[in-house]
Design a protein around this ligand. Structure first.
Ligand code: FAD
Length: 453
């Protein structure tokens, strides 16, 4: 496979470049977000409209633009994700949607407050099409946010939610564009029309990219399951080999979205960290723990099953954070990206000291315990098991990984070490807080969360 095409830029490929890339993307985002507002400002004010109506229209335009940009934010564009990391980008996607919603809602709210007679447009049976499209767009937006915020209380399965999310998002944007088109004030005149047409086409192109182009790109690079083997702690090692291409270039610690046995257009794609060494890109291994309906059937996968892999993504890698020594803190299957980093360090003959704190209920439940201990022969690696349900006679660490455990094992010069935490949120929160209390700079601490939604 070509080393860079379609991939995120290598983490660690230059801190200032990354910062500049991030700032440039953010400026572009702001520019696109306010472009419709500029179109509106430059337009001749329609007759008989007061300033508040104009303000409300401007806010609505910015909100819509931000919503359209959400398709770019979630498009998994390598160049956009590289400076921030996909998880940070998705976090931004979640949080900025509240801001966009506030802008969009401000549009009808201001109009209704200033001109209560306009409330009539809510009667969609009798209202005209411009009002119907406006109401449809806002209703779809409210449903979109509600189903995302309350997905669990509403008992929406992830896959169902994801399809619904895509449909609602498309309805929000298309209905809003039709609403603007029907109102027509701001899209008259050749250059305003052209500008607006370009914006609308860009939104549609982003939609096509998410639902069509990316799956087609993934389809060109199929994989095959070569083995599925059980590991400790209800985990499975799934190995994939490339079919008709030369595999994937990744940095240790990154993850990919996996789809098995179906077309890449399937909605059942799940993110998993690559657990194998980056020095062996020809075949990749994933360490998958049984969690729900998809993962609990991983053990039933037959060798030979077709697979599709979208990635690599993520910035959780020691390559992004070179330091004199490394401290890895993993809980349960959080060992997966750490395993990839340790295997890569070993394959590269790296002699820097590594400390691995592993939190599990018991040694038997600790996934990849054996593999980790064997890596000690090839690395300057200290492994500390912290068991919350230890067997009788266990003399090691017990309970959860906390400040006291850190104090006993971090050793001299711990402030200069680089930290990589992956595991249950209470564990990563506690360790993060304890490290901050001990004066470890926050930019030395890297986090991978297995919860995206
Ligand atoms: C960056 C990242 C790396 C990960 N790496 C690993 C790994 O190496 N090994 C491992 O065992 N697990 C990993 N996970 C977690 C794994 O993706 C989920 O456990 C799995 O998708 C759950 O699917 P399920 O249907 O079996 O469980 P469910 O019970 O359906 O889901 C449990 C929870 O997982 C999340 N989830 C479910 N489906 C998806 C999906 N398609 N995409 C995103 N999140 C979803 C939801 O929050 C859901 O509530 C990773 C997650 C992320 C975000």
């Amino acid at each position: 496979m070509a080393p860079t095409t379609g991939q995120e830029r290598r983490p660690g490929a230059g801190g200032s470049g990354v910062a500049v890339g991030g700032a440039a993307w953010f400026m572009l985002y702001l520019l696109v977000a306010v472009t419709p507002l500029m179109i509106a400002v430059l337009a001749d004010p329609p007759p008989g409209r007061d300033l508040w109506t104009e303000i409300s229209v401007g806010l609505g335009f910015v909100g819509l633009s931000m919503l359209g940009l959400q398709f770019a934010v979630v498009s998994r564009f390598s160049a956009v994700n590289a400076p921030f990391g996909l998880d940070a980008v998705l976090q931004y996607h979640r949080e900025i949607s509240y801001v966009a919603m506030a802008f969009v809602l401000a549009h009808p709210v201001i109009i209704f407050v200033r001109r209560p007679e306009m409330l009539e447009v809510l009667n969609v049976v009798e209202a005209d099409w411009q009002a119907r499209f406006g109401v449809l767009s806002v209703a779809a937006l409210l449903a979109l946010v509600a189903t995302s915020v309350w997905r669990r209380p509403l008992r929406l399965r992830y896959e169902v939610w994801r399809v619904l999310h895509g449909i609602l998002a498309t309805v929000v944007v298309i209905a809003a564009l039709l609403h603007i088109e029907q109102v027509g004030y701001y899209v008259d005149g050749p250059w305003k029309r052209t500008l607006w047409a370009v914006m609308s086409l860009a939104f549609v192109a982003l939609l096509a990219n998410v639902y069509l182009i990316q799956p087609l790109r993934i389809r060109r690079r199929p994989w095959r399951v070569t083995s599925v083997t059980p590991a400790n702690g209800s985990a499975w090692t799934v190995e994939l080999s490339p079919v008709g291409h030369d595999g994937i270039r990744f940095v240790p610690g990154q993850f990919a979205w996996l789809t098995f046995g179906r077309s890449p257009f399937a909605v059942r794609e799940h993110p998993f960290s690559i657990a194998s060494s980056a020095e062996e890109p020809g075949s990749v291994q994933f360490a998958i723990s049984e969690a729900g309906d998809f993962t609990s059937r991983i053990g039933e996968l037959e060798p030979g099953t077709r697979a599709y892999l979208d990635g690599p993504y993520g910035v959780f890698s020691y390559e992004r954070q070179e330091g004199p020594r490394f401290v890895f803190v993993a809980g349960g299957i959080g060992i997966a990206p750490v395993l990839s980093m340790l295997r890569t360090l070993a394959d590269r003959g790296d002699s820097r000291p590594c400390l691995l704190l592993l939190g599990n209920p018991s040694l038997e439940a600790a996934p990849y315990r054996q593999e980790v201990e064997e890596l000690g022969d090839r690395l300057d690696l200290t492994v500390v098991h912290v068991l919350d349900d230890p067997p009788q006679g266990w003399e090691g660490e017990t309970g959860f990984i906390d400040g006291d455990v850190l104090d006993r094992h971090l050793g001299e010069g711990f402030e200069r070490a680089r930290y990589f935490l992956c595991g249950p949120v209470p564990m990563t929160d506690a360790v993060q807080a304890a490290l901050a209390e001990r004066g470890v700079p926050t930019d030395h601490v890297n986090l991978e969360l297995f919860e995206l939604v």
